[in-house]
Structures are given as structure tokens and as C-alpha cells.
Design a binder for this molecule. Structure first.
Ligand code: NAD
Ligand code: UD1
Length: 348
């Protein structure tokens, strides 16, 4: 029996592949490579030395996806495939609703048809909207602020409805806080297509000289130094959270949401200082006005994941900075994929 991982070639997916393979799971990756590179798969094979199947498939392509369910014996699905840019979702809402929601719908219909009723879903802390206070626990009111966030919220609701219609389902909704860092080998990491929207890839690209300076979005928030506070979590810790959630859905039924965060908040300037100290590089920055839609402070109460999944983030801010830099320094232009045109599916 195998685990089907959608979106497995992406940033979080590639790190999840490594953890799954190292834990001995039989793995099938599905990704249309719309926001990732095939090279990540090559590197996963290199890091783990383990075989796995890769299908270059769009989850919206029902026929192609169905053939994967027919060809393989699938026990559970970890569903990460989705579009994730907030700004782009405001510009192209229908594209986001179609890809994220219809994609999940097609996947769930096939899971039901082939009696695979176990899913780990990648949700986001974005479903909390503007939190009234921190730390945020799972029972906070849910409110999305943009089309991307609404796709996550709607999918959560859809999955809850699915469970309520059939108690044979077992579903984990993982609400990620801010994943950063990379695998310690420096062979896989975050590879944004264009200028990064998120803080850490912007910092690393500044450090490597691809970008001139960091723009700090506002220093007038009610926080420790006026800059925005977030719960940054090492992507390897996050990937391990998927294994814990998987163990849970393989052994029990129900639908549960879990915060995957460290429970600690760092400001933008604290992250800049930690990065400079850990890596010995200098990050020139300029304070500019606030970014629309940003909240002052957002960090998790991760107690539920600790109690119910036995999961706890282990890596600290220095590890996150060191590993983010290790990836960027060794791969200044990301994966530079030479295999991208290969339009096939194969065993690595
Ligand atoms: P990513 O873009 O690196 O990975 C997503 C992967 O899904 C990509 O490889 C992309 O090619 C693939 N994909 C997209 N649409 C697809 C489709 N229709 N069919 C097949 N594959 C498709 O992003 P990530 O950072 O690894 O995020 C993974 C998931 O986690 C996403 O669902 C994202 O919304 C969610 N998430 C990410 C963050 C974050 O900060 N990175 C935070 C919260 C939630
Ligand atoms: C953003 C998204 C959120 C998404 C998350 C992970 C917005 C409004 N929110 O959240 O929905 O779930 O990414 O993909 O886009 N910052 C700078 N300069 C930069 C970049 C960021 O100062 O160039 C600051 C931000 O103002 C914020 C912090 O750094 O205070 C973190 O920003 P970012 O990495 O974009 O994450 P979020 O804002 O949490």
C-alpha cells in the first residue's frame, strides 16, 4: 500500500517526500510542475537513495488521476497540490478557485470511488484572518481575507462535510504557519518563480546579491520593534508533522484541524538580525509602508498537535536561517531544471 502525495515536487512537498521515504513509506508523487521543477525529484532520490513513482499530472485531469488510482494500491493521500500566492489570487480568483477547489473535489471523488478515505490536507494559518489575539488555537473563529485564503477555508469545510456524510473518512487539516529553511543537505529548498513575496526567500536572494535590498513592510505595528511578527517554522519540522498526521489518520477516524507552528513569534528585524548573525552576511534594508492585508502579529498555540499527534517543532531560528542560506548559496538560481520538458511519468 502506498501514500499518494499531491504537490510533492513543491517546496513543502519535496521535504515531505524525504521524510516519508526515510520512514519507509511507499511513495507516489503527483505534480503538474506548474510551480516546481522535476529536478527536485532527482534530488530527493539522491538524498534518500529510495525508489518512488512520479506522475506529471494535473489533479484537474480526472482521467489521468483516475488511472493512478487504478494502477496503484493507495492507502492514504497527502494533498498539498495548490496555488498559493495571495496577490495572484486577487488578480486571478477563478483560476485559484478552479485549481484549488475543483482540484480537491476531483481528488476526493476519486478517493471515494476507490475507497481511499484517509487524507492529510495542507491548510494555512491564513484561515484565521486577522486574529484578535495571539497565540492562535484551532478553535479561533475562521475568516479568510482573500481568494487564496477562501479556497483553504472552503476546502476545510468541504472535507468536514465529507466526514459528516460518511464517518469512515479520516482527515487531518494542517494549518501551517510560516515555513522557511531547507533540507540540511542544501539539495532541496524553496525556489520561487519570480521575485519572492515572502520574507525569507527575499532575504536569501538579497544575501546572494540577486536583489539589492529588503523592503521592510512597516515599523509602526504594536509589536516588539514595530515590524510584523510571525511564527516561522523549519520546513523539515513541518514535513515531519505530516508523518505524525499520517500515523493518526491511518489508525483513527474523524476530522481534526492542527496548527503546525512553533508557538514563538519573531519580528522582521529579529529575523534579519538572526540571519546576519548565523550566516555572517549583511542584509541591507529599508523601511517602507505597510503591505496591504498584513497583520501585526500571528503565531500558533501548537498544544493540540503536541497532545494529539505527538508532534513538536524541534529546530530553532538559527537552524532555519542556516539551512535557508545553505540552499540559496549552493543554488543561487534554484533548481535550473534541465529535465523540465520531459513530459512523462516514471519511477525514480
Ligand atoms: P509549492 O507551490 O512549492 O507547491 C505546490 C505544488 O503543487 C507545486 O509543485 C505545484 O506545481 C503543484 N500544483 C499546483 N496545482 C496543481 C495541480 N492542479 N495539479 C498538480 N499539481 C499542482 O507550494 P508549497 O509552499 O510547497 O505549498 C504546498 C501547499 O501548502 C499549498 O497547498 C499551499 O497553499 C500550502 N501552504 C503553503 C504555505 C507556505 O508558506 N509555503 C503556507 C500555508 C499553506
Ligand atoms: C503571507 C501571506 C499568507 C500566506 C503566507 C505563506 C500575505 C498578505 N499573506 O503571509 O496568506 O499564508 O505568506 O505563504 O501575503 N515582509 C517584509 N518584506 C518582504 C516580505 C515580507 O517586511 O519583502 C514582512 C511581512 O510584512 C510580514 C513578515 O515579513 O510581517 C512575513 O511575511 P511573509 O513571509 O510574506 O508571510 P505572511 O505575511 O505571514
Amino acid at each position: 500500500m502506498a501514500i499518494l502525495l499531491t504537490g510533492g515536487a513543491g517546496y513543502i512537498g519535496s521535504h515531505t517526500c524525504v521524510e516519508l521515504l526515510n520512514a519507509g513509506y511507499k511513495l507516489i508523487v503527483v505534480d503538474d510542475l506548474s510551480n516546481s521543477k522535476l529536478n527536485s525529484m532527482v534530488r530527493i532520490k539522491e538524498i534518500t537513495g529510495k525508489d518512488f513513482k512520479f506522475y506529471k499530472t494535473d489533479i484537474l485531469d480526472r482521467e489521468a488521476l483516475e488511472s493512478i488510482f487504478v494502477e496503484n494500491s493507495i492507502e492514504a493521500v497527502i494533498h498539498l497540490a495548490g496555488l498559493k500566492s495571495v496577490g495572484e489570487s486577487v488578480q486571478m480568483p477563478l483560476h485559484y478557485y478552479h485549481n484549488n477547489i475543483t482540484g480537491t473535489l476531483v481528488l476526493c471523488e476519486l478517493m471515494k470511488k476507490y475507497n481511499v478515505k484517509k487524507m492529510v490536507f495542507s491548510s494555512s494559518a491564513t484561515v484565521y484572518g486577522v486574529p484578535e489575539y495571539v497565540p492562535i488555537s484551532e478553535d479561533f473563529p475562521l475568516r479568510a481575507m482573500n481568494p487564496y485564503g477562501r479556497t483553504k477555508l472552503m476546502i476545510e469545510e468541504m472535507l468536514r462535510d465529507l466526514y459528516h456524510s460518511d464517518h469512515d473518512w479520516s482527515i487531518s487539516l494542517l494549518r501551517y504557519f510560516n515555513p522557511i529553511g531547507a533540507h540540511e543537505s542544501g539539495r532541496i529548498g524553496e525556489d520561487p518563480k519570480s521575485i519572492p513575496n515572502n520574507l525569507m526567500p527575499y532575504i536569501t536572494q538579497t544575501a546572494v546579491g540577486k536583489l539589492e535590498e529588503l523592503y521592510v513592510f512597516g515599523n509602526d505595528y504594536p509589536t516588539v520593534d514595530g515590524t510584523g511578527v510571525r511564527d516561522y517554522i523549519h520546513v523539515v519540522d513541518l514535513a515531519k508533522g505530516h508523518l505524525k498526521a499520517l500515523e493518526k489518520i491511518l489508525t483513527s477516524k474523524g476530522v481534526e484541524a492542527y496548527n503546525l507552528g512553533t508557538g514563538k513569534g519573531y519580528s522582521v528585524l529579529q529575523i534579519v538580525a538572526a540571519f546576519e548573525k548565523t550566516t555572517g552576511t549583511k542584509i541591507p534594508y529599508k523601511i517602507v509602508k505597510r503591505r496591504q492585508g498584513d497583520v501585526a502579529s500571528c503565531y500558533a498555540d501548537p498544544t493540540k498537535a503536541r497532545k494529539e499527534l505527538g508532534w513538536l517543532a524541534e529546530k530553532g531560528i538559527e537552524d532555519m536561517c542556516r539551512d535557508a542560506w545553505g540552499w540559496q548559496e549552493k543554488n543561487p538560481s534554484g533548481y535550473e531544471d534541465v529535465l523540465q520538458d520531459r513530459n512523462t511519468s516514471f519511477v525514480f
